[in-house]
Design a binder for this molecule. Structure first.
Ligand code: ATP
Ligand code: MN
Length: 467
């Protein structure tokens, strides 16, 4: 496949020396003396560079001057054992061709630039060591996810991105329309006339594939989605994007205990995959971003997750406040929606391991969750992680038609919008459960990065849709 070159990742594994090779890539640095130049070359296949040794009696000054940080070059030469420290092999250059010069205003040439600065150059930051590592890991996590579900009998099921329903009943959505916004036709009562719109009805980008996923699960037995999700929430936090990727498995005949087992097993599999397959990149991030990264990943796979009813969680938090713990967001007692600060206290300080929180007050959860016999709580199973807070939102689904319709009415939602969804409960309803994992939150955890904008190539956030 790579006839015209050898990838650096493969070159570094070589056990034959004094063979001719061609490598192509981008210059990280060039240093040297009067007689020799050392070029660190990277082609994106690994965090590691190959050292190119260019004897200056073979190359003109003019050529060497063009080999600046960021330039793209092709090198023909001989692979030799390296006498220097820091690398096993290097390439003794015979011929160097400049494929692409790099202007001296290249925005990524300085070391130690802040992530905030680099976000302004999201199209160029991909070439840096950190972003190379992050996106190789992101790829590996996608592979791990597909592999896990395939091996466990789930079918990959694609749900629509454009939808006429609002999955949660309260989502903040992006409207999709072909209407001319400068010239909107109104109905006699003054509202927008959608009869001319593309779908002849108001439509939005999806906030979750779950409801359609349930249709898949109640036909194929077990499915998972893995696709883009859109939320127009104006929350400028380091954990929210307007466009993110979500993984949503949905499983027929699954109860709450099995669901928690699945959440835990799945996420441990992904983390282990990273440790087994992304060693060089993780070591780099461990050194540069978070010295406790690898240790944290290992601790997640070797400890059982805590399983904690919400009511118990509130007691622990109230106890902590009594003992002097200060939270930015005040605890207002049973019924409150926990903020990530509270979640992280439980995970990081109280238990020291991930927590699956269960049985939430129904007022703070979605209409489709299965109600407990107490009439007050619902069978949610969210997974809370160190550094992240909520990484998975899951639940057993209400399979009883009557109870589900009552809940829809109680929340003032329009039953008619959910006809097709309710059909699952009218025609051979079955107990089932599922969850949603935010892909970027998983990547945040696995890479040790601090801001969700730095684990997706081209982030979409309020006021920002560049590139
Ligand atoms: P949060 O309380 O953190 O906003 P949520 O309760 O809105 O999360 P869910 O609707 O349960 O989240 O979505 C399932 C998962 O999707 C979450 O656990 C999280 O990992 C991820 N997620 C939700 N919103 C976003 C977002 N705006 N950007 C990135 N990931 C998100
Ligand atoms: Mn949210």
């Amino acid at each position: 496949m790579y006839k015209s070159r050898i990838r650096i990742v493969d070159l570094l594994k070589a056990d034959k020396y004094d063979v001719p090779v061609t490598v192509k890539g981008w210059v990280r640095t060039r240093r040297g003396s009067k007689s020799v130049s050392f070029i660190a070359l990277n082609d994106g296949s690994t965090i590691k560079n190959i050292q190119i040794v260019a004897d200056l009696d073979k190359f003109s000054d003019e050529l060497i001057k063009k080999i600046t940080t960021g330039a793209c070059i092709s090198v023909k030469g001989t692979l030799v054992k390296s006498p220097g420290a820091g690398q096993n092999v290097e390439v003794q250059a015979e011929q160097i061709d400049i494929l692409g010069l790099c202007g001296d205003d290249y925005p990524m040439q300085k070391k130690g630039q802040s992530f905030e600065y680099m976000r302004k150059y999201a199209h160029m930051r991909l070439r840096t060591n950190t972003f190379g590592a992050v996106f190789r890991i992101r790829h590996n996590m996608a592979i791990a996810i597909h592999k896990y579900f395939h091996e466990h009998g789930f079918y990959y099921f694609n749900t629509p991105l454009i939808t006429a329903s609002d999955a949660e009943g309260a989502g903040q959505m992006f409207q999709v329309t072909t209407l001319d916004l400068k010239n909107i036709k109104k109905t006699p009562d003054g509202s927008v006339d959608y009869s001319d719109d593309f779908f002849a009805t108001p439509t939005n980008l999806t906030v979750s594939g779950q409801l359609e996923g349930e249709l898949g699960a109640t036909a194929l037995g077990a499915i998972y989605t893995f696709g883009p999700t859109f939320r127009a929430e104006n929350s400028n936090t380091p954990r929210h994007l307007a466009e993110f990727w979500m993984i949503e498995p949905e499983i027929a005949f699954m109860d709450k205990t099995e669901l928690m087992d699945l959440e835990e097993d799945f996420i441990k599999y992904c983390v282990k995959w990273a440790l087994d397959n992304c060693k060089d990149d993780l070591e780099f991030l461990n050194k540069m971003i978070d010295h406790t990264l690898i240790e944290t990943l290992q601790s997640v796979i070797s400890n059982d997750f805590v399983r904690l009813p919400y009511t118990e969680g509130i007691k622990i938090l109230e106890e902590a406040v009594k003992n002097g713990k200060k939270f930015e967001f005040p605890l207002t007692g049973w019924g409150m929606d926990l903020s990530s600060e509270h979640e992280r206290y439980l995970v990081e300080e109280h238990f020291g391991r991930p927590v699956i929180m269960t049985d939430y007050p129904k007022e703070i959860k979605a209409f489709y969750m299965k109600k407990n016999a107490d009439g007050k709580t619902m069978q949610g199973t969210d997974v809370l992680f160190p550094r992240i807070g909520e990484i998975i939102g899951g639940s057993v689904r209400e399979e009883d038609y009557g109870k589900l319709v009552d809940e829809i009415h109680a929340r003032g939602m329009k039953e008619s919008s959910y006809e097709w969804y309710l059909d699952t409960r009218r025609f051979g309803s079955c107990p089932h459960a599922g969850f949603g994992l935010g892909f970027e939150r998983l990547i945040l955890f696995v890479t040790g990065m601090q801001n969700i904008r730095d684990v997706i190539p081209f982030p979409r956030t309020p006021g920002n849709a560049a590139f």
